[in-house]
Design a protein around this ligand. Structure first.
Ligand SMILES: Nc1ncnc2c1ncn2[C@@H]1O[C@H](COP(=O)(O)OP(=O)(O)OP(=O)(O)O)[C@@H](O)[C@H]1O
Length: 271
């Protein structure tokens, strides 16, 4: 493995002084993708929020460290040592996040194109036209037709699936080195799911983005990830190469439960 871009070392998260998730350790290098899988409430989203400084009030990293190697930095940065403003400066460019409910994170009273411009402008000197071109290209790759109309509109004019893809495009617009994607395809039809999966695969393979994919969707994890981490009740149940961790004959009970839950559809005659 090359140099780690993102490293969790014995990370534990507590709420109200009570440990709820951890300890979790993993390292990801450029172009690697980690699938974080597990039942609802097992701690997947909390792991991402810990890196991004987005834990809910009362939550904190109570043990361990998260290290990130921003572009052009020789030494990794310990995220637990940063002041909130320093962490915010890394969010977007060095670390991006695609939320489960991307639409809810958009400002309802600003046009989508303006939000894209403001997001990029906060980190780099650029023009409205340049951002619009980049954003439109991303929206098209995510199978959103008529990107001009989307950019001129407001969040309330988008369906859930369109909003999800706008949220993904906004995160990718800043070209993060590490991308946390929390159920990025949950609200999408199969064509849009395919487009999002293809775009995430392209980012990883062509642009070297390190991806942390949080999902219940085993097929998506298999498609995108080389490593897997299985969470159960806040702890790591298993981790390692995905082909091992999610193989039918080797899977731990928690991974097996997820594998068994994948619907096996048969015709009416098969019932
Ligand atoms: N704001 C909070 N206050 C107290 N405990 C919390 C809070 N947020 C999360 N937790 C604790 O962390 C655990 C993990 O929650 P988390 O949202 O990370 O799970 P998840 O695996 O992402 O679930 P899902 O798949 O449903 O999104 C919860 O079971 C809960 O005990």
């Amino acid at each position: 493995m090359g140099q780690a871009v993102l490293e969790y070392e014995g990370v534990e998260v507590s709420y109200g002084g009570r440990p709820v998730v951890g300890p979790v350790s993993f390292a990801l290098s450029e172009a690697q993708a980690l699938g974080v899988v597990g039942a609802s409430g097992s701690g997947k989203t909390t792991l991402a929020c810990a890196a991004l400084g987005l834990l809910a009030p009362g939550g904190r990293i109570s043990a361990g460290d998260i290290r990130l190697r921003p572009q052009g930095c020789a030494a990794p940065v310990s995220l637990t040592q940063l002041r909130p403003a320093q962490l915010r400066a890394l969010c977007g460019t060095s670390m991006g996040m695609v939320f489960q409910d991307a639409l809810a994170s958009l400002n309802p009273v600003r046009r989508i194109g303006s939000q894209a411009f403001e997001a990029v402008r906060a980190h780099e000197r650029t023009s409205r036209a340049q951002v619009a071109r980049r954003f439109a290209a991303l929206l098209e790759r995510l199978a959103l037709s008529d990107p001009e109309r989307v950019m001129a509109g407001y969040p309330a004019e988008l369906s859930g699936g369109m909003g999800q893809r706008v949220g993904i495009a906004l995160a990718l617009l800043l070209r993060p080195r590490v991308l946390f994607a929390d159920e990025p395809t949950a609200s999408l039809d199969v064509i849009a799911q395919r487009a999002v999966a293809d775009e995430l695969a392209r980012l990883s393979a062509d642009e070297g983005v390190a991806l942390v994919l949080i999902t219940h969707n085993i097929a998506l994890a298999r498609h995108l990830c080389d490593e897997a981490l299985v969470m159960s009740g806040g702890a790591v149940a298993d981790q390692g190469p995905l082909a091992h961790v999610l193989s039918a004959d080797r899977a731990c009970p928690e991974a097996r439960a997820l594998l068994d839950a994948v619907p096996q559809l048969t015709g009416r005659e098969g019932r």
